[in-house]
Design a protein around this ligand. Sequence first.
Ligand SMILES: [Zn+2]
Length: 281
Amino acid sequence: MLANPTIAPDGRATTSVMSAAPLCPSCSAEAETEIGQAGVCHLWRCACGLVFADRATWRDPYEGSDYYDPAHQPAQSYPLQITATERDRIATVRRFMSGGRLLDFGGGIGKTALAANAAGYSAMVLEDSHKAVVDGQAHHPEIEWMEGRAMPQSIVDGSLDVVTMFHVLEHLPEPSSTLAEIERKLRPGGLLVLEVPNWGSHVRRLRGLRWEFVLDHHLNHFTAASLKRLVEACGFERCGVEYRRTFAINEGKPWKEPMKRVLCALGFGDILRCAFRKTAE
Ligand SMILES: [Zn+2]
């Protein structure tokens, strides 16, 4: 609890007591429920449904280092091979927009952008990891590479047809400001496809804070409803919701996919994929 000195209408200084609950990065309200400590994340839930880590106490586990440094990730072998997971992601994009200029925001080593390129989109990657961008430029010049974590000034406002963000939004300290940047760069009617871990999954309910997506670098945990609320507040309208059971499709066991679809229909999908259209002219 914090003591908060204020001035009363008659000019006397008074002290009111206010809660130390952090403010929600989606709706700016004070968090309603304390969930607990998981690693470096002190998690709270807001009345709007978002579960989030208190930014005041969180420390970035990758600060000062490169996410794709061999110390953190297994070395990649180039040229990259597109897998069923990336093709599945682009199949979702295609259900809503069949072509155009596509930016994969936080696109990592570029596999999803390569799948988009192979499907006929003009694909670009924006990625914070210097190593991922340098390696990508050397081995995959067929897609355009940009290094950074904010939307580049070089992209003209209203010039993008599609922005994709696969497992990015849960990492962002200020998700609303990034969504506003994306909204500005998309053309009217442009498409945003987002994928995040699904806090609303029954698997998460069963496992609590031992759920595999409760990680030190996951600051925001979304349900379909709390994701819709955040993104629609930034100038979008939701046009599609899909679930996947796991992060990646196991290409060696394709017979598992129909079973996974049944589990998703029963609420056991750990992965939430949503499509939104820019509403503003
Ligand atoms: Zn909220």
